[in-house]
Design a protein around this ligand. Sequence first.
Ligand code: HSE
Length: 426
Amino acid sequence: MKKIGVALLGLGTVGGGTYEILTKNREYFRKTLGLDVEVKAVLEKNLERAKSLGVDEKIVFTDISAVTANPEIEIVAEFFGGIEPARTFLIEALKAGKSIVTANKELFSKHWFELEAAAKETGAGLYFEASCVGGVPIIRTIEEGMQANHIEEIKGIINGTTNYILTAMSDEGSEYGEALKRAQELGYAEFDPTADVEGFDATYKISILSTLAYHKRVPIEKVSREGISKVDAADIKIGKELGYTMKLLAVSKNRNGKIEARVAPVFVPSTHPLASVKGSFNAVYLHGDSVDDIMLYGRGAGALPTGSAIVSDILYCAKQASHKRYPFAENVECVDKDFVSDYVAKFYIRLSAEDVEGVLAKITSVLKNKNINIEAVLQKKPVSKDNAQIVFVTDNVKETSIKKAIEEIKNLGAVKQVEALYRIEE
Ligand code: HSE
């Protein structure tokens, strides 16, 4: 029986879930995989937390040297999140020849090249399935299930907190603040929700997935990012009337070597499978040139779902004679010409204007002069003379053209404000 010693850095939600899976399924892994995986050390300041999970206090430490100096430990799983001290500890572990398993998307998206360089020196492994889409095996799908393909597109809901909030706004008519408060009470959103609601979390994940899929570094700075904190429930309601559902989508495309990557709230047709992904669930489409579309669906967060991905990596790592290298992750030379500078999409535009004759004609003439075809238009009976709400849905148009048109529309006398502009992803 092959013995594998593991260290867990941190016993928060996912660390605790990982400990639970490793303990309850230890015998099962012995039987089915011939691997005896034992937790040999835990780095945790809160001894009470460790004891409450049933961890023997003799293996609880606070100093990383207790892990790096222990020859029985082969694999180090990290749960601190954020950059420091995770980065320093993982580099030390790699330099000591230990393979690492992590759910830390921020660290991985920002410092992958540094981790890869340290791992290469000692031949240690880097495993990060849990960093993207929680318990859903998306990394393994890209790495192994789709290796016969050029991956051309990744599109999906990869943040559960924002999907929970947008679902509550859409299905229950909640306002943003109310839905966020509920997400916090349920433990989806953090006390400081910025990383989720402003799209940073999804940006880290789409950067990792795109880098892996395209064998080319797609740094977070090249992912255009927009969060959901400014989404008005009015647009979700109007969008529904027009047959659309709002989702925070991460979209990444690679067409003939030109990459486009972004995270933004967009409308998808309500008949699209992504529209029916509700609450805190995640779902991702992967498009390969041979396999066509694959859709993965499941829980993108939580102690046991993310713990499942961590343990899966630990077991996978334990079975490897040598570890996969990521030479492209070391390539920091990412140049602007690799990226698309303009996007083509349909757009939803909501304007507020005075209720006077000719205002619609003025707006449509700006759109006409920019060759922007209107697919749908909606105006409700104005609530007052100075507040007519007008919504346009355009045909496919370049983002730069729509932005120029919007600037001109803003300067039309009768138009008070451009209230909302969203892409429509079909
Ligand atoms: N905060 C993330 C989410 C889970 O809401 O999806 C961990 O990445």
